[in-house]
Design a protein around this ligand. Structure first.
Ligand SMILES: Cc1ncc(COP(=O)(O)O)c(C=O)c1O
Length: 397
């Protein structure tokens, strides 16, 4: 693998300590410019090449691939990159293991912590492929900017991920419905109290084989009291706090027999937004409708399904969807399909929706033409059984 070279952030040139240094003719010569460029390249290579430390003993033989619970098993290695002194430095792939942190680590107090979720798949011929990682990289940096954290360059996010997947390729399961879940995350590591952006961060990627996240159709409760996100807030970003705040309302809904919440807008609780860990999609006639606002996480699965739907000649609308429109559509039969779309959830049918004490039942998931066809298509594409006409599979070679 070629060494990584990362972009430097807000870096002052190291020569600035003597005022007026660059006015001497020598410092303006082409020779000096070339020499300086060479020094920068050498320094970059020295500081950001991936250091590799292999595990002395793989844990792979202990894994029961027929009984994979989501998020419980982790592959042999992880990628760790450190941001300090205004730049990414020290990128390494090391055995998966615990971290040692100061109790003052600022992410633990002020929540500067973001993450992503994507999946790698194994084709029948053993090829390992990761699905649309560029989109996760883009969204990760969007989250980073909103939380005043440094962006992670492509060489580390995508290049580092490919190196990690290459090393742990035997951990990618092959059975349909299973995959290697990839969790890139970043958190503030400054060991100091006080609310301000941290001066140091860790970016880590861990992976682990997973089966299905949901194994049955979902019963969702329309949430009309608690709020996930408001305009101007951080709903569009994938930060840890968005999930912490969902736990209490979700538990209350689960005590009522629901699987998850269907969040609504913060102002009026009149428009549906998204489910706990997935986006919402509905079919009305030949139109696929999905809620859109700055408060939802713009899912890559949702985007993928919209692109496929349009390619197949369906209309796709990204717009506000009121609870009333949804409930009326279920009652009059015009909403024929409803599903949750997400990396972990893949595409999970919604069977029932609870709203103000009433249960609204959707048509039999087995008979849903679009959902079943698109799920089959996505599986065929991700497991390399059909041509990748959109160019979404990134092969790890
Ligand atoms: C809150 C939320 N919305 C939507 C999604 C779906 O996004 P994606 O399809 O990119 O996984 C997720 C899962 O990642 C999520 O956590």
């Amino acid at each position: 693998m070629p060494p990584l070279r990362t972009k430097r952030h807000n870096k002052e040139t190291p020569y600035q300590f003597v005022a007026g240094w660059n006015e001497f003719p020598f410092f303006q010569s082409a020779f000096f410019a070339n020499l300086r460029a060479l020094v920068v390249i050498v320094m970059n290579e020295a500081t950001t090449a991936i250091r590799m430390e292999h595990t002395p003993q793989s844990r792979l033989p202990q894994v029961d691939f027929n009984n994979l619970k989501f998020g419980q098993i982790f592959s042999d290695h992880m990628l760790v990159a450190e941001f300090a002194h205004g730049q990414w430095e020290d990128v390494s792939i090391v055995p998966y293991g615990n971290l040692s942190l100061s109790p003052a680590t600022s992410a633990l107090h002020y929540g500067q912590a973001i993450f992503e979720g994507l999946k790698a798949y194994k084709f029948a011929d053993g090829t390992v492929s990761v699905f649309r990682p560029d989109k996760n990289h883009e969204r990760f940096n969007k989250s980073a900017r909103r939380l005043e954290m440094p962006e992670v360059p492509e060489e580390i996010f995508i290049g580092g991920l490919k190196a990690l997947l290459d090393l742990d390729r035997n951990w990618v399961p092959q059975a349909i419905g299973s995959s290697l879940y990839v969790r890139p995350f970043m958190f503030a590591t400054e060991a100091a109290l006080g609310v301000h952006p941290s001066d140091s961060y860790k970016f880590i990627i861990v992976t682990g084989p997973v089966g299905a996240y949901y194994n049955k159709p979902l019963r969702l409760k329309v949430e009309t009291h608690f709020t996930r996100a408001a305009e101007g807030g951080v709903g569009f970003s994938k930060n840890a706090g968005n999930y912490a705040l969902s736990l209490h309302p979700t538990r209350l809904a689960q005590e009522e027999g629901f699987d998850q919440l269907m969040w609504t807008d913060a102002n009026e609780h009149k428009y549906v937004e998204e489910a706990g860990t997935a986006n919402l999609m509905f079919r009305v006639g030949d139109t696929i409708i999905t809620p859109s606002s700055s408060t939802i996480l713009h899912g890559i699965t949702r985007r993928t399904i919209i692109e496929i739907a349009r390619h197949w000649g369906f209309q796709a609308e990204e717009r506000k969807v009121s609870v009333k429109e949804l409930i009326d559509g279920i009652e009059n039969g015009s909403v024929t399909e409803a599903f949750a779309a997400g990396t972990a959830a893949t595409l999970t049918p919604i069977s029932e929706i609870g709203y103000e004490g009433q249960i609204y039942t959707l048509p039999d998931p087995a008979k849903r033409e679009f959902s079943n066809k698109v799920l089959q298509y996505l599986n065929d594409l991700r497991y390399g059984r059909i041509a990748d006409e959109f160019g979404w599979n990134v092969i790890v070679d």
